[in-house]
Write a protein that binds this ligand. Structure first.
Ligand code: PGA
Length: 267
C-alpha cells in the first residue's frame, strides 16, 4: 500500500491512505452501471490522495471491472458467501468468484443486510475470513441504531460488533480489513453524524482494535464514515483525525457528485 501523509488540524501525521467507496446498493441496470463507471473514470483519474472504490450490483461487477481495468477505480461487491468451496448453496456467490469477476474488495455486514437479511456478527466474521482467504479486501460495516444511541449504548454496540466480527483474524489479516462506521440513523436519511460524533466513535473504534489486535495495527487500520456523506460535508468529516475515508450511498450514484466527494481536497 502506498502511504499518504495526512496532516490533521492538530498537525498529527498519520500514514493511512484514505478510501472513498461508493455503495450503489440495488440501483442501476448493467448499461447504467457501465455508463456511470466510465463517466467517473476521467473525473477521478488524478485522485492520487485516496483509493477509489465502487460497488455495483453482482450482475454488473464483471463488465464494470473489465471496463475500469487499468484505471485507479477498484471494484467491490456488496456481499459474499461465507465460504469459497464450491457447494450446494443456491443463490450464494463466493468471495473467490468475486475475485474471478474482477473485484478487489467486498462490503460485509452493511446495516441493510443486518436489518433485513439476517446478517449477524457471526456471519460477518465468517464472510470476512472467506473474503480474506480469497485475496479480497473486506470493508466491514458496523454502526448503532438510533434507539441504541439514545440510551447511551452506541459505543458498547459498536464494540460488540467489532470484537465478534473481527474475532480470530490475525494481525496479518487486519492489513486487508477496512472498517466502515455507519450509524444506522444516518443512512439515507440526510442526517449526517456531526464531525465530532464521527470522530468520537472512530477514536473508540481505533481503541477497540488496539485492544483486540494491538496499537500498531489500530494505527494502520482505515476507518471510513458512512451515512449521508455528500460533497458539502466530506471535507469537514475528513478533517477529523480518525476519519480515513467514506462509504457513500446516495451521493455515489451520480458520477459528478461522487467525483466531488473523491476530490474533496480540491473543492
Ligand atoms: P447514504 O448510504 O450515503 O445514502 O446514507 C450510505 C451507505 O448505506 O453505505
Amino acid at each position: 500500500m502506498s502511504l499518504w501523509l495526512k496532516y490533521t488540524p492538530d498537525f498529527k501525521i498519520t500514514m493511512r491512505k484514505p478510501v472513498i467507496a461508493g455503495n450503489w446498493k440495488m440501483y442501476k441496470l448493467l448499461g447504467e452501471a457501465v455508463d456511470t463507471a466510465l463517466e467517473l473514470k476521467p473525473l477521478v483519474a488524478n485522485a492520487n490522495h485516496c483509493e477509489v472504490v465502487i460497488a455495483p450490483v453482482f450482475t454488473a461487477l464483471k463488465t464494470v471491472a473489465a471496463r475500469l481495468d487499468g484505471s485507479n477505480i477498484k471494484v467491490a461487491a456488496q456481499n459474499c458467501a461465507s465460504q469459497n468451496e464450491f457447494g450446494a448453496h443456491t443463490g450464494e456467490i463466493s468471495p473467490a468468484m468475486l475475485r474471478d469477476a474482477g473485484c478487489s474488495h467486498v462490503i460485509i455486514g452493511h446495516s441493510e443486510r443486518r436489518q433485513f437479511y439476517g446478517e449477524t456478527d457471526a456471519s460477518v466474521n465468517q464472510k470476512s475470513k472467506a473474503a480474506l482467504s480469497a485475496g479480497l479486501v473486506a470493508i466491514v460495516c458496523v454502526g448503532e441504531m438510533l434507539a441504541e444511541r439514545e440510551v447511551g449504548n452506541a459505543e458498547t454496540v459498536v464494540k460488540g460488533q467489532l470484537v465478534k466480527g473481527l474475532d480470530g483474524l490475525t494481525v496479518g489479516d487486519m492489513e486487508r480489513i477496512i472498517i466502515a462506521y455507519e450509524p444506522v440513523w444516518a443512512i439515507g436519511t440526510g442526517k449526517t453524524a456531526t464531525p465530532e460524533q464521527a470522530q468520537e466513535m472512530h477514536g473508540h473504534i481505533r481503541q477497540t482494535v488496539a485492544g483486540t489486535h494491538g496499537k500498531e495495527i489500530a494505527d494502520k487500520t482505515r476507518i471510513l464514515y458512512g451515512g449521508s456523506v455528500k460533497p458539502d460535508n466530506i471535507a469537514t468529516l475528513m478533517s477529523q483525525p480518525d476519519v480515513d475515508g467514506a462509504l457513500v450511498g446516495g451521493a455515489s450514484l451520480e458520477a459528478a457528485s461522487f467525483a466531488q466527494i473523491v476530490n474533496y481536497e480540491r473543492t
